[in-house]
Design a protein around this ligand. Sequence first.
Ligand code: AMP
Ligand code: MG
Length: 324
Amino acid sequence: MRALAPSGDIEKAAGVLRAGGLVGLPTETVYGLGANAEDPAAVARVFQVKGRPPSHPLIVHIGGADQLGDWAADVPETARLLAERFWPGPLTLVLRRGDRVPLAATGGLDTVALRVPAHPVALDLLAEFGGGVAAPSANRFGSVSPTTADDVRTELGDAVDFVLDGGPCQVGVESTIVDATGENPTVLRPGGVTREDLEEALGRPLDVPTTSKVRVPGQHPSHYAPNARVVLVEPEKVVAEAERAQELGHRVGVFLPPALAGTPVQAHAVVPVPESTADYARVLFGYLRELDRQGCDLIVASLPAEAELGLAIANRLQRAAGPR
Ligand code: AMP
Ligand code: MG
């Protein structure tokens, strides 16, 4: 059994939302920083607390696929099919904005990003609150997304009014964002629902921006980034690169690829990359935070193959390694 929020906490969190406050909330992907989606002042505080540019839209979390029509101006057949297949779950649908959604939540866009999270605590909160919860990841803009309630408290402290603890996140990377405004959906961000699953549901191949063809990042602005600088190399070069940097005086953290499990490495800290991409996604952000905590100034890692959750992991690692 997963640890669930103590009774009374859901009511308290809903009260905070109604009063215009901010709630740290667990989802299956990462922890969110939630505000009443219909309260522009509360939504503005989310941007302020995160240090996020107001032009970056938020995801509005809702309680069920049956509420889609309350928040979107138009729900194409394909969007409905995806919602029914993947909600609750780590899929965000971008649709035409309904009147109920203030422009503050969409960064001024005429589209809105909607999702039903697959986490019992988040669903309880949404049911109790009754409205939509606009929530980006509960971290400062550009830094590593939180996957535990403690991460949220460490990251945001008193800037968040209340943190609901729903245990560690089970997916560990953010949702897949699909532009579903037309009948030909496109993936805007790879995430917790895999391309393979989407293609199976749609019965056709999907256009997905690939990231890891370019093994050396450059064009990815930094995001999901720990304090330590992240360097990506081919898996077979991870040990040599780590030891070289350690020799040069860096405090090196190593993401040791599964093929090299057990290999001794002369480095400050080593974390083992799990074989399965689902397991890897679950620990990815925790590993980045842990290596920061251990005082590493450089992290050496490699990109996983792009199959299954490897696509989302590669995307996050490339952005973590992007120019600061
Ligand atoms: P975060 O909550 O930190 O995972 O960020 C939310 C993501 O959703 C960002 O990458 C946004 O750009 C994306 N997003 C939200 N609303 C829209 C929208 N209307 N159109 C395109 N992307 C969106
Ligand atoms: Mg984020």
